[in-house]
Design a protein around this ligand. Structure first.
Ligand code: 4NP
Length: 155
């Protein structure tokens, strides 16, 4: 199984959106049996909560499932278990440093969407721009799936 963990600050807006969108894209590509997909937050403030209403709205509008997603904080075993650690912005990269083992690579989601002008997925918890964030997440997830398929020789 190829483990992909999406990471943001609170695990209620961006990373659960990315988890749902990536799982949906993987299903559409008929590749679900290859993947373990999850998300986590650097903070524990929203432990056990469903995604933010703004994230739920953009997913519902597109028929993308998110029912089983609940917020949780990242744990040290995630670093070993997941091959691809994919965070949302520079602040997440800094916050992740204390969790990482030597040599473990972390990506930002928009590393996989070079055509986008932004490199950070902004935090809609503060900006309220859930539709804009959805467009970045969709592009990043599509690029990530292509990258993994090439790297792993699947699809
Ligand atoms: P997220 O957004 O990192 O995209 O889930 C946030 C959600 C909650 C908080 C911060 C960011 N918070 O401080 O509670």
């Amino acid at each position: 199984m190829i483990g992909v963990l999406f990471i943001c600050l609170g695990n209620i807006c961006r990373s659960p959106m990315a988890e749902a969108v990536f799982r949906h894209q993987v299903e559409q590509a008929g590749l679900s049996s290859h993947f373990l997909i999850d998300s986590a937050g650097l903070g524990d403030w929203h432990q056990g909560e469903a995604p933010h209403q703004g994230t739920q709205n953009v997913l519902k509008q597109r028929g993308i499932a998110f029912d089983s997603i609940r917020a949780r904080q990242i744990q040290s075993k995630d670093i070993e278990q997941f091959s691809y650690l994919v965070c949302m912005d520079e602040e997440n990269l800094s916050g992740l440093k204390k969790w990482l083992t030597p040599g473990k690579q972390v990506y930002r989601l928009l590393d996989f969407a070079p055509e986008q002008t932004e490199r950070n997925v902004e935090d809609p918890y503060y900006t309220g721009r859930f539709e804009h964030v959805y467009s970045l997440v969709e592009a990043g997830c599509q690029g990530l799936l292509q990258h993994i398929c090439q790297e792993r020789g699947i699809g």
